[in-house]
Structure formats: C-alpha cells, structure tokens
Design a protein around this ligand. Structure first.
Ligand SMILES: CC(C)(COP(=O)(O)OP(=O)(O)OC[C@H]1O[C@@H](n2cnc3c(N)ncnc32)[C@H](O)[C@@H]1OP(=O)(O)O)[C@@H](O)C(=O)NCCC(=O)NCCS
Length: 189
C-alpha cells in the first residue's frame, strides 16, 4: 500500500503463469521501447519488438520449464494499480541455459530480463526483485548469476554493480538488424 506520495507500495513478487501472458507481453514491449527507443532506429525497434513480444510468445515462455518468470505486482485494491503498468510494476526472468565462455562456472543461471517500470525506478523495487531472483537461483542450485547488459545502458550497469555483479566479458545481442555489444556481468551467490 502507498503510505505517502513518495513511498513504494508493498508489491507482491510472484511466479508468472500462462494467464499473465498478455499482461507481460504488453508490459515487456512498452518498457523495452521506453528504455531503448531513443537509441535505436524505428525499424530495428519494430523488428525486435515483433520478434520478442506477443501474447503467444510470452505464453510459451511462461510454460517453459527452463524459464522462471517473476512478476512484481500490486496487491488487489492498491492505489499503485493506476500506474501505466496497471498491477504490474516490474518483472525478471531467469533461464537455465549454457553460459558464454567468459563465465567460468559449472552451475550458472542467466538473468535473461530484468525490468522495473519508470514510476518505480530509483525507489527500491529493483533491489527487492533482485533479492527474489537470488532466492530462486539458489533454489535451482546455481552458484553464479550472469547477465548481458547493453554497453550503453549505464544505469542498469550501475545498478548491477551495486548488486555485486562484475564485468567478465562481452557478447553480441541483435536488436532488429543491429548487432550490439553487451557487457556480460557475473556475481556469485
Ligand atoms: C535497470 C533497472 C532495473 C535498475 O533499477 P533502478 O530502480 O533504476 O535502480 P537504482 O536506481 O537502484 O540504481 C541505479 C543507479 O544508477 C545510477 N544512474 C542513473 N542514471 C545513470 C547513468 N546515466 N549513468 C550511470 N549511473 C546512473 C543511479 O543514480 C543509481 O545509483 P545510486 O543508487 O548510487 O544513486 C531499471 O532502471 C530499469 O528497469 N531500466 C529499464 C530497463 C533496463 O535497462 N533493464 C535492464 C536490462 S539488462
């Protein structure tokens, strides 16, 4: 609940289910566009959004046993339901997958996506979501968490460094037709 105009409401962080597919698709596309549209061409952005976000794509992800989706949602009746994302304020996805060679580990898990809606950035929700990501990763028996973050996304890099991640290499992430360089960051659990 909101205690004051500047307080962060108490969000519930829960597992996403296939019933969340449309909500996640809308939220994921919007927050990606808001974060990166200014630094990409309209063509690359449209191509990427079409390839990554739709209710059917997210339904497949939410049914994928190798992917964990965590949703930070406002409790029923909370005033924060009036924010642009409605009940949803952020999400994270963890993927049990092979790590790039620069990740020196035998028990890796990837933080595939990590997004907090603008009204809640800088207000502590990202830390709460990261703490839950770490708990889920540990339940999987992972010893390290790794991620890719665009070399130009300095805010996210600063946040990840605050959470104990360090740069260990680079990888390419293609947005539309643009092969971009991501920093690969790693932290032990
Ligand atoms: C990345 C994200 C989850 C971080 O959550 P957040 O609530 O914004 O994080 P915080 O505010 O706690 O930390 C960000 C830090 O970066 C700093 N910062 C802000 N803008 C910055 C910039 N341009 N360059 C460097 N540091 C910057 C902030 O001051 C803050 O540090 P501080 O706490 O020491 O003041 C959130 O910003 C987000 O969802 N961004 C859009 C999507 C995205 O980029 N996701 C990550 C994809 S890999």
């Amino acid at each position: 609940m909101l205690n004051s105009a500047h307080a962060v409401p108490t969000f519930v962080i829960r597992r996403g289910t296939p019933a969340d597919a449309a909500l996640l698709a809308e939220f994921g596309a919007r927050t990606f566009r808001e974060a990166f549209a200014a630094d990409n061409t309209a063509e690359d952005m449209a191509k990427h959004l079409a390839s990554a976000w739709s209710p059917s794509l997210q339904e497949g992800e939410l049914r994928d046993p190798l992917l964990d989706t965590l949703l930070a949602v406002a409790p029923e009746g909370a005033p924060s339901k009036n924010t642009p994302g409605g009940a949803l304020a952020g999400f994270a996805q963890l993927r049990a997958a092979c790590a790039p060679a620069c990740v020196p580990t035998h028990k890796p898990i990837e933080l595939k996506r990590f997004y907090v809606d603008r009204p809640w950035q800088g207000r502590g929700l990202a830390r709460e979501l990261m703490a839950e990501v770490e708990r889920v990763a540990q339940r999987h028996g992972a010893r390290e968490l790794w991620l890719g973050v665009w070399e130009r996304n300095e805010r996210a890099q600063a946040f990840y460094r605050k959470c104990g991640f360090e740069k260990v290499g680079t990888q390419i992430f293609v947005v539309g037709d643009d092969p971009q360089t991501d920093h690969v960051m790693l932290r032990t659990l």
